[in-house]
Design a protein around this ligand. Structure first.
Ligand code: NAP
Length: 329
């Protein structure tokens, strides 16, 4: 017999919404929150586009509300990091970093995506020493100082606007001459008195001539190749995300960029394994769409479990797998 009917990996909007729905379906879900509990919204400030909050809500407040709601209906949330999964045999086995393992009949993967870094050595080397991927976490350290934000999407402009609360000046460095961000965000950033733009440019190097702290950047114009040094104290990188799928490589089908491939709702190539949120969505990537797909995954998992026969000996379902697995897709 499996330890659990349903386990959810990940505690962002997708994982917690899946947990809420699974709990209300009496499936007693276990949610493993992962290293970055709460996901990307823990690193944001005001979320103005999550329905139901007229004046917006702070990202961490939204996540703690989602978690409390999921727990209220019976979700068991545990800290922990899954280091290995075996999805070839049923029930599925999950191994955790603390050495424990567990089995489950159904699995919802909601491991999200992580911030991308530049393809230069100096940014990671100076991570925590003036280079950051989280304005909310680190903005305060740059009070009265000039800083740069890299990227031209909503994240970059949102961070740039937020950082004007602390920094003396924010320079947005974008590799093209037009922004990818939404019009409303562009209007705010382009007219902000503390924000400047360097167009058609990328960072060639982050300089740290003194004591391992950022002292400036070398900016390369991608059209002319010319280099210019800009003195500043901090660099915030906001150039998108990479899906957290390394754990599932070779078992769950991924696309070329590493996102989990889903079909017919949230089903993966493995019956009983479902994926929700940013780990399978490189198009919408919103809190509300992640939450929506978490709801779908829980409903898909519930229907899967409803059709799962309960053999006398559940310890080795592999032998009767063909009968046990309902049609998928
Ligand atoms: P994104 O939309 O993919 O934008 C990434 C930006 O980084 C792009 O401007 C891209 O340049 C640039 N970039 C990518 N790789 C780079 C590299 N190696 N060097 C330099 N620049 C690089 O990512 P995002 O801004 O994180 O947004 C992701 C999703 O979340 C979007 O759907 C966005 O609308 C949403 N979002 C919404 C809000 C909000 O509504 N409040 C806030 C944040 C994010 P190119 O433009 O040249 O490709």
């Amino acid at each position: 017999m499996a330890d659990r009917q349903i386990v959810i990996i990940g505690s962002g909007p997708a994982g917690l919404t899946a947990a809420l729905y699974a709990a209300r379906a009496n499936l007693a879900p276990l949610l493993i929150e992962g290293l970055d509990a709460g996901g990307q919204l823990m690193l944001t400030t005001m979320v103005e586009n999550y329905p139901g909050f007229e004046k917006g809500i702070m990202g961490p407040d939204l996540m703690s509300g989602m978690r409390a709601q999921a727990e209220h209906f019976g979700t068991v949330v545990i800290q922990g990091d899954v280091t290995r999964v075996d999805l070839r045999r049923r029930p599925f086995t999950l191994s955790l970093a603390d050495g424990k393992s567990m089995t489950t009949e159904a699995l919802i993967i909601a491991t999200g995506a992580s911030a991308r870094w530049l393809e230069i050595d100096s940014d990671r080397k100076l991570s925590g020493h003036g280079v950051s991927t989280c304005a909310t976490c680190d903005g305060y350290f740059f009070r009265g100082k000039p800083i740069a934000v890299v990227g031209g999407g909503d994240s970059a402009l949102e961070e740039a606007i937020y950082l004007t609360k602390f920094a003396s000046k924010v320079t947005v460095i974008h590799r093209r001459d037009s922004l990818r961000a939404s019009k409303i965000m562009q209007d705010k950033a382009l007219t902000h008195p503390k924000i400047e733009f360097i167009w058609d440019s990328e960072i060639a190097e982050v300089k740290d001539v003194t004591r391992g702290e950022v002292t400036g950047i070398v900016v390369r114009n991608v059209k002319t190749g010319s280099l210019a040094e800009v003195p500043l104290d901090g660099v915030f990188i906001a150039i998108g995300h990479t899906p957290n799928t390394s754990l599932f490589k070779g078992q769950v089908d991924l696309d070329q960029a590493g996102y989990i491939l889903t079909r017919d709702g949230t089903k993966t190539n493995i019956p009983g394994v479902f994926a929700a949120g940013d780990v399978q969505d490189h198009v919408y990537r919103q809190a509300i769409t992640a939450a929506g797909s978490g709801c779908m995954a829980a409903i898909d998992a519930e229907r899967y479990l409803e059709h799962l026969p309960v053999p006398d000996d559940m310890t080795d379902l592999a032998a009767c797998e063909a009968d046990a697995v309902p049609p998928h897709g």
